[in-house]
Design a protein around this ligand. Structure first.
Ligand code: GTP
Ligand code: MG
Length: 354
């Protein structure tokens, strides 16, 4: 199993529901009552482990620092027929699009050994957490045992019997953030992202000359060379202040975190009266402000609208400014430069595999 270093999209979490508390053995002690009856109370139930989908988070980083979810045990029963307190439920918050698998291993060490073994691990899918607010009980707790009060009978007024609480379920789980696509197209509105996706895949997203034509990510399958294919997501246009949630910024940025590599589509001739260099700098800044780790994703630039006037000059300046970044000039509209683009996409995807 692969783990992205820069972004936690896959994590092993040890989970344990609470054990039930034991029933008590106790007898009434009262003045003037020499042999009081049994009054041992019941143990409390353990706490569950529950997962809740939280739209305010888009990653599993919390689990990276603390990869466990342990619920409280139930308290033991007490004299005077007092019940032990139930253990508190442990809640784990996960982003929408988290898939949970269970490992056959009982503890983390065993899980790690299985992962490293030649056979690998057979993970069992447990649940798919999609919608905000969705809940799922991952582990059932142990039940509290009954106290000796329950075991009194006509023939036995001094029962020493009681039940022990049962153990809560525990296990090792894998939390995985589902990717929406291998490649994410990122850019300002009207940069030509949808036009590009329409040209390199069978997907035909809506194209229009007004901004925010695309409101939800559109995914297309692109054949790179012969057999190799990848998925590409056309992500709605970003704007300045997106990290502050301007113009549905967070919504859009969240999608970007679900891709492996980022393709920045820029209007190189500045046909929308913008400056392409500033565009890239603004987009990079927005991404970094939103999430430092997201800024570490492999990225490249697609210089679009090469068919328009001023494109060549701007491209030269642009390359000068970003000498280390792969830049592929294309005209999405005229279908120019797309083969070169696929070669470069294939290369960057391979490098992100390593
Ligand atoms: N001249 C020229 N125009 C292009 C090119 N690619 C896209 N356009 C035009 O640019 C406009 C915006 O294209 P879209 O593909 O809708 O842009 P987008 O980036 O998806 O925009 P949003 O979805 O609003 O973020 C349309 O009028 C396209 O026809 C190109 O290579 N050359
Ligand atoms: Mg679009």
């Amino acid at each position: 199993m692969k783990r992205d270093k820069s972004f936690v999209d896959h994590i092993r979490v040890h989970c344990r529901a609470g054990n039930g508390g034991h029933g008590a053995v106790s007898f009434r002690k009262e003045k003037f009552v020499p042999r009081g009856g049994p009054d041992g109370g019941d143990g409390g139930n353990g706490g569950k482990v529950k997962l809740v989908v939280d739209g305010n988070t888009d990653n599993l980083r919390n689990f990276h620092y603390d990869p466990k979810l342990y619920a409280e045990d139930g308290a033991h029963g007490q004299s005077w027929k007092r019940h032990g307190r139930d253990g508190k439920t442990k809640i784990g918050r996960v982003p929408p699009g988290t898939v949970i698998y269970r490992s056959p291993a009982l503890d983390v060490q065993e899980a790690v050994e299985m992962e490293r073994s030649e056979e690998g691990v057979d993970l069992v899918p447990v649940c798919d957490l999609i919608e905000e607010g969705q809940e799922f009980v991952l582990l059932e707790p142990g039940k509290g045992g009954r106290g000796n009060f329950h075991f009194r009978s006509a023939t036995n007024q001094v029962p020493q019997e009681r039940e022990l609480g049962t153990e809560g379920d525990q296990g090792v789980f894998y939390f995985e953030l589902r990717r929406i696509a291998d490649v994410g197209l990122v850019g300002f509105p009207n940069a030509g992202k949808s036009t590009l996706l329409g040209k390199i895949s069978a997907k035909q997203p809506k194209v229009a000359s007004y901004p925010f034509t695309t409101l939800t990510p559109q995914i297309g399958v692109v054949t790179l060379d012969g057999q190799k294919r990848c998925t590409v997501a056309d992500i709605p246009g970003l704007i300045e202040g997106a990290h502050d949630n301007r113009g549905l910024g967070h919504e859009f940025l969240r999608h970007i975190t679900r891709c492996r590599v980022l393709l920045f589509v820029v209007d190189i001739p500045g046909s929308e009266l913008r400056d392409p260099i500033e565009d890239i700098q603004t987009l990079r800044t927005e991404i970094k402000l939103y999430d430092e780790d997201l800024a570490k994703f492999p990225w490249m630039v697609v210089a679009n609208k090469m068919d328009l006037e001023g494109a060549e000059e701007n491209l030269a300046i642009f390359k000068n400014r970003f000498p280390k970044i792969p830049i592929v000039p294309i005209s999405a509209m005229e279908g120019e430069g797309l083969d070169e683009l696929k070669v470069e996409m294939s290369r960057i995807l391979d490098s992100s595999d390593e």
